[in-house]
Design a protein. Structure first.
Lengths: 304, 169
């Protein structure tokens, strides 16, 4: 299948990219990894008149951890350049060590060949509720930098996803950086995804990031993949677990709350009832795994 | 539609052509350069039959525009055999019966090549993980895994020889 025709621009700087975006308006699409956009163009689901390729803009691919007090106890963030490839997250020792939720998610995005080109920024900017980073970043309480002609603005992730394939990015803005808070002591995370085969979208997936205090969950955020028209947090499930120990009863209550709050659509991956029940089960398992990881990360004798 | 003069180093040879912006890399390789070893399978970014190395990374050449490869190095299946001698991966697929119809094989081998560069001594799990973007409808994968393991051992036996082949490729 051959994509529709378009004019191609490969700017060398971000300023140039933003200028091109302003000049071409709605006609233009930004090309990052292209692993969603190019298939959509071949199916003629997307027929942009102009493509602005960001791959020759330098300085958009990086993983930098900044610790506020020189160690992981005092806060800080992991800054991810928008053009960072998924395979770079997957290979990163830093991500594998301190960001298990992100490492889990990176390993199950599409397939290894796609991950060699697909970018973190593209995965988020596409705002596809079936993509994996939206739920992960919702669970992390990440923030996103968008740069336009007027400068940079920061968008909290809770305000980023506004509709099906719609985000808070304004026309003329480029997503440049994602910042994930450094998980403090007692933190743990996990991403659990059921897919029919490698490379398929999730039937459902659950992202959990929590802080454990002794036997209890001090705070928790839960993101859901592909079970709602807009990437969503399972806030009812979060409320059911905050301040509680993750027992069979509280986990079941949280799983049921997440299943009730989401709004999956029946498709070739299954009917609504099946997807809701999958959310219930995956929520329980992901919370349990995140809690185990949080406990493993605590010093001998448990938390304070 | 814009047209662009591009130069792509394919299997060590710089190739300059003028291409339409919408020309996919796989079509550039097959139709402009007549390198038909790279196959088109699904045309939907699913099967991995069109896998090539783009600046050393295994990618689906049906999901990259040729113009994006301007200035880059592309390696295809045609680069592997040198001086009439099969690459250890090709030899592995021959010795271990890693193919039946052979349609997925070029993509499978290019994925395996990238995998072995990252993990020269891969476990079975790492091999299965590494080729999980490549579909094979014939073999059930077991023989492919054995073929890649064969190649890993062969390359480990003669690292100096393999390194020399890399340079000349």
């Amino acid at each position: 299948m051959i994509p529709g025709s378009f004019d191609y621009h490969a700017p060398a700087t971000l300023e140039e990219a933003i200028e091109l975006l302003a000049r071409h308006g709605d006609e233009a699409k930004l090309l990052a990894g292209g692993q969603s956009l190019i298939p959509a163009m071949r199916f003629r689901l997307a027929v942009p008149g102009v493509l602005i390729d960001l791959n020759r803009v330098s300085g958009l691919s990086y993983l930098h951890e900044t610790l506020d007090d020189g160690d992981a106890n005092g806060g800080g963030h992991l800054a991810i350049g928008a053009l960072t490839r998924e395979s770079e997250l997957e290979a990163s020792g830093l991500v594998g060590g301190r960001y298990p939720l992100l490492a889990d998610a990176a390993r199950v995005i599409a397939d290894p060949l796609v991950r060699n080109l697909a970018t973190v920024g593209g995965n988020l900017a596409h705002a596809d509720p079936a993509n994996d980073h939206p739920a992960a970043m919702l669970a992390y309480d990440a923030e996103i930098d968008a740069r336009g002609a007027g400068g940079v603005r920061t968008i909290p992730i809770d305000q980023f996803f506004t509709g099906l394939f719609e985000s808070a990015l304004q026309p003329g803005e480029v997503l440049t950086e994602i910042r994930v808070p450094v998980p403090g002591p007692g933190s743990g995370g996990a991403y659990l995804k059921l897919e029919r085969k490698v490379g398929d979208y999730a039937v459902a997936a659950v992202a959990v990031q929590l802080v454990a205090a002794g036997e209890r969950i001090e705070s928790i955020r839960i993101g859901l993949t592909n079970v709602n028209p807009v990437p969503m947090r399972a806030t009812d499930a979060e409320a059911a677990l905050t301040g509680e120990a993750p027992t069979d009863e509280t986990l079941e209550a949280a799983g049921r709350a997440a299943a009730a709050q989401c709004d999956p659509a029946a498709d070739l991956r299954g009917p609504v009832e099946y997807k809701r029940d999958l959310v219930r089960v995956l929520t329980k398992r992901a919370v349990r795994r995140a809690f185990e990881r949080a406990r493993q990360g605590l010093p001998e004798g448990g938390a304070q | 539609m814009s047209r662009h003069a591009i130069t792509v180093t394919v299997n060590g040879q710089p190739q300059t052509r003028e291409v339409d912006s919408r020309l996919l890399l796989v079509h550039f390789l097959r139709e402009e350069l007549e390198l038909t070893g790279t196959h088109i399978g699904c045309d939907t970014t699913s099967c991995g039959a069109c896998t090539v190395l783009l600046d050393g990374r295994a990618v689906k050449s049906c999901t990259v525009f040729a113009v994006q490869a301007d200035g880059a190095a592309v390696e295809t299946i045609e680069a592997l055999a040198a001086d009439g001698k099969l690459h250890p991966l090709q030899e592995g697929f021959w010795e271990k019966h890693g193919l039946q119809c052979g349609y997925c094989t070029p993509g499978m081998i290019m994925s395996a090549k990238h995998l072995l560069e990252k993990h020269p001594d891969p476990t079975e799990e790492e091999i299965r993980w590494g080729i999980s973007g490549n579909l094979c409808r014939c073999t059930g994968y077991n023989k492919i895994v054995e073929a890649i393991r064969y190649a890993a051992e062969k390359l480990a036996e003669a690292p100096a020889e393999a390194a020399a082949e890399e340079v000349s490729a």
